[in-house]
Design a protein around this ligand. Sequence first.
Ligand code: V47
Ligand code: SF4
Length: 374
Amino acid sequence: MLMENAHYKSLFATLPTELFTIAEKVLAGIRIDTSECEALYLTDNLPLLSVLSNLVKERKMGSLVFFNRNMHIEPSNICVYNCRFCSYSRKHEQQGAWEMSIEEMLQKISAVKDKKITEIHIVGGVHPDRDLYFYSDLLREIKKIKPNIHIKAFTAVELEYMIQKAGIPLREGLAVLKVSGLDSIPGGGAEIFDKQIRLKICNEKTNGTNWLKIHETAHLLGIPSNATMLYGHIEKYSHRTDHLNKLRELQDRTGKFNAFIPLKYKNKNNELSKIQEISIIEDLKNYAVSRIFLDNIPHIKAYWPMIGKETTQLSLNYGVDDIDGTIEDSTKIYAMSGGEEKPALSVTQLSELIRKTGRKPVERDSVYNVIKEY
Ligand code: V47
Ligand code: SF4
């Protein structure tokens, strides 16, 4: 429930000048700039961040909090790249490597044929031997089994590789995937766009400029997408601000990002393991600043298998309006880096989790049409 303007004004009265100006702007619905974004990151005034991000969130979505019924398919963890934060990828023959054939993946889909799952999320390693045609066959076969399922598949990093391997231009490759059944693109692979940081954490794969170009090209073809940011490793607030700003600029041009998903760096079993994971306070701050700065992206998603159920509940006071989905114990990526071991929540559990925070649970489809209010 939004407070009266006068109530906000009295809350803001004691703020130092810079924060006061930002608070007044947010209250008036005026966009904040990048230096103001950094100032929000630098403040320790968490109650203020909560009030402002909640204001932005409630103006957009009221007290609704979304979730969906989804499952993940991870075709393989074999990857040509060696991102230093990744706990998941393996080389051929290495212990722990797996790859599923199309038939094996279809068996997993067939097993849930009669469940009310509305979305299949497909993300995996960048497999050296698999190109666009392998994946477009997969998409077509999935749609034969479940014609109405929404397929959200392949990060920009996977897309760049598979399309280059097929030897066709990016736009054409995306168009082939679209006619084969690709409905939207997940937000992964964005990490942090800054060149210097990328050089230190993932110097081999798609750079920031190309990540943005791939999403822009998809948007222009009518394929919506999500965006992510991997935070809490070696980046500074200035790098996060730059990242958010690049996303906001692209969204101003296309309007096709559905959701922004901050991904907290988890430190188990990877080359950056010496880095301590950042605090929950920092997570909440990051959700709030993202909600306030990204005024043109409709949804901020807290990915519950990564941050846990309690922090997910807290995040709903810091601008988050989406907590992803049931997942059905179908992902290994996050368990391997220290996330939830066997992530799965029923619709009842998800709605309870939301309702306990005083918000209204809503089951959505992949483009945020309401399926059912709980
Ligand atoms: O790009 C890898 C991240 C991403 C770690 O669009 C890590 O709805 C934390 O695309 N600690 C892939 N994060 C995941 C992804 C995704 C996830 C949830 C929802 C959506 C969506 C998309 O996973 C990678 C990378 O940023 N990641 N390793 C780690 N150690
Ligand atoms: Fe490969 Fe993705 Fe892991 Fe990087 S993050 S090594 S691209 S699976």
